[in-house]
Write a protein of this length. Structure first.
Length: 72
């Protein structure tokens, strides 16, 4: 997965996000749930992806909740 790829949300987690099914990858980061610093690799870290959804919204989502459907 890389910026520009089209992805599908395979695990919608909230009813407000049901329209966030398809989007374009913008960038990547790491979220640390034990530290306030998003780029701190110590503790429990998860890869997150910034997505521009087909609704025009831009938001972050866990990498594990996405599937690539079209590569750039």
């Amino acid at each position: 997965m890389k910026p520009g790829d089209i992805v599908k949300n395979i695990e919608p987690y909230h009813e407000d996000h049901v329209n966030r099914n398809i989007g374009t990858v913008l960038s990547f980061d790491t979220y640390s749930s034990t530290k306030s610093d998003w780029n701190d690799d110590s503790g429990n870290s998860e890869r997150i992806v910034e997505i521009m959804w087909s609704t025009g919204e831009i938001d972050w989502i866990l990498l594990s909740r996405l599937e690539v459907i079209s590569e750039d």
